[in-house]
Design a protein around this ligand. Structure first.
Ligand SMILES: *Cc1c(COP(=O)(O)O)cnc(C)c1O
Length: 377
């Protein structure tokens, strides 16, 4: 049996008849950049995320960068975030001229620990603390960070909150949608995300109209009228083709999310029945609506050996993420060292993502669990 980490061909087979006419129409119109498809998707995503506005952009990475730029964050500023996330979270902070300050994660959810945030802030000297302008919580693997204490912390210190919701479209925290809690919600349409385009794309959600207007200008080189530039922006535009594909897929998203959640329940049952609960740490599901962009297990020992064993058994697995950001060579200048964030470092050593995509069958899941049992047996 073969169990890929993700099977986008299967998804495409199910929606091919809806996708093709939409692509055909764009080919006939030859209208490719922004336009009615993007405006339509923006409205749909704002509705879906319970926000007033959404702005389509070129990628999830650019959603983060553009949010930081719109918030006026730049040289000399500091931004708090987690060291255990995809590179873009911290990369975009550096690209806008600011400096990331990391705070460790909660071992149970892999999301930033609100207590660690407070301790990190308290540990900064007064003048440095004044330079902290924003916090970027990441809703990792599809589960929201503990937003209540994070929002309270941000309020106390006057910080902008930028949610990195790239892996969490439709996730909920106490009834609130990912992307609707901070000033900015950043989403990615990278094909492997729960709502993926046929290439790169992303979107930013927000409540505030002034923020929306400013970001809209920055998306097209900072001009309201062509060739007149009030600000220095960039090319952060979303393609019509990508918006059209995402709009078709959005109609299926809740069904796909339910299938991912069912698959997570199935893994839990299978691991319990196999008597593997002591060996395989299963992901904790809080009160949040977890959308399972990834189903990530924790292994106390031999993670890499198990990974190789599963790959040899034609099971697609992956390590997200093997090197925490504070130990990346490009961030050596920030002055962090091994041991600074033990929970993030431990997660990097011990976690393994299993296939969880909607079309995954129960037989395939049983095969995955059987191979893990075989390895430890
Ligand atoms: C995917 C991802 C991004 C970047 O999105 P792209 O569309 O690939 O640029 C940012 N943050 C997180 C947490 C992600 O998973």
């Amino acid at each position: 049996m073969t169990v890929p980490l993700l099977d986008l061909k299967k998804q495409y087979q199910a929606i091919r008849d809806e996708i093709k006419p939409v692509l055909e129409e764009i080919c006939e119109k030859q209208y490719f950049i922004l336009g009615p498809e993007v405006a339509g998707l923006e409205k749909m995503i704002a509705d879906y995320c319970n926000t007033r506005f959404a702005l389509g952009v070129s990628s999830g990475t650019d959603a983060l960068l553009l949010s930081l730029m719109t918030a006026g964050i730049g040289a000399g500023d500091l931004v708090l975030t987690t060291p255990y996330t995809f590179f873009a979270t911290a990369g975009s902070i550096v690209r806008c001229g600011a400096r990331p300050v990391f705070a460790d994660i909660e071992p149970a959810t892999f999301n930033i620990d609100p207590d660690a945030l407070c301790r990190t802030m308290d540990g900064l000297s007064g003048s440095v603390r004044d330079r902290v302008k924003a916090v970027i919580p990441v809703h990792l693997y599809g589960q929201c960070a503990e937003m209540d204490p994070i929002l309270e912390f941000a309020r106390d210190h006057g910080l902008v909150v930028i949610e990195d919701a790239a892996q969490a479209i439709g996730a909920e925290y106490k009834g609130r949608r990912a992307g609707s809690m901070g000033e900015y919600g950043c989403f990615s349409f990278f094909p492997s995300k729960n709502l993926g385009a046929f290439g790169d794309g992303g979107i930013v959600t927000m409540e505030d109209e002034e923020i929306f207007d400013r970001m809209k200008m920055l998306r097209v080189h900072g001009g309201r009228t062509k060739y007149h530039h009030d600000l220095v922006g960039g090319n952060f535009r979303l393609d019509a083709i990508q918006a059209a594909v995402v709009a078709v897929k959005l109609k299926h998203l809740d069904k796909w999310t339910a299938m991912r959640r069912d698959n997570a329940g199935c893994y839990r049952r299978l691991f319990r029945d196999a008597g593997l609960e002591e060996i395989v740490g299963l992901p904790e599901e809080r009160q949040n609506r977890h959308i399972y962009n990834q189903f990530v297990i924790s292994l106390k020992t031999k993670r890499d050996e198990l990974k190789q064993y599963l790959l040899n058994s034609n099971i697609g697995v992956e390590v997200y993420y093997p090197v925490p950001l504070h130990l990346q060579p490009c961030f050596a200048g920030l002055g962090y060292k091994e041991g600074d964030f033990p929970a993030a470092e431990n997660a990097a050593r011990s976690t393994l993502a299993l296939p969880i995509y909607p079309e995954l069958t129960e037989d395939q899941q049983a095969y995955v669990v059987e191979k893990i049992r075989e390895y430890y047996g």
